[in-house]
Write a protein that binds this ligand. Structure first.
Ligand SMILES: [Zn+2]
Length: 173
């Protein structure tokens, strides 16, 4: 009887694992989890960072919530999303490292040397370059971005952001 019960529980977990991997098998949802690794975010913030329309983002968030990957905390009118448990991003990170090794695209240099702390010039978020969604070369400088939305904004109109940065650093000098 007890053996049957454990067998049933095992089957249930395997089924959930299969479903969870299906939910993870989406570029945008992986990007959302990656962003939430750094801090809690509101829907509006994620709309900007990911360059998505809100109904589309909400669909992804609903699915992530349904599968207990993220949770929502309401503060008055605003809803902030966070990771339900950072084990899931650790697992995704391990798959990333697995792929780096298996496909021979891992780096020999330690991450701290390769990936200093950088600032996303579009949204102002500070992040490790290793956590950055992507980088863009512009006039000999490398710019890092938290997510695809900020990157697209920069590519559309780099001068808007570069100028702003120069003003900021100029005022500090
Ligand atoms: Zn950003």
């Amino acid at each position: 009887m007890i053996v049957l019960l454990f067998f049933y529980m095992y089957q249930q977990i395997i089924g959930l694992e299969e479903e969870t991997f299906k939910v993870l098998a989406n570029r945008k949802r992986l990007e959302i989890l990656r962003l939430l690794r750094n801090r809690d975010l509101s829907v509006n913030e994620m709309v900007v960072m990911l360059g998505m329309r809100q109904p589309n983002l909400s669909q992804h968030l609903t699915l992530l919530r349904q599968y207990k990957l993220v949770k929502v905390n309401r503060q008055g009118q605003k809803a902030f999303y966070s990771l339900a448990d950072n084990k899931i991003t650790k697992a995704v990170e391990m798959i990333y490292q697995f792929l780096q090794n298996q496909y021979g695209i891992s780096s020999e240099l330690p991450a701290k040397v390769l990936f200093p702390i950088v600032k996303d010039i579009v949204c102002g978020m500070r992040l490790s370059a290793s956590e950055a969604f992507d980088k863009v070369q512009h006039h000999g400088h490398t710019y890092y971005f938290c997510a695809s939305g900020c990157q697209q904004k920069f590519i559309k109109s780099p001068s808007q952001y570069v100028r702003r940065k120069e003003v900021v650093s100029g005022s500090r000098a």
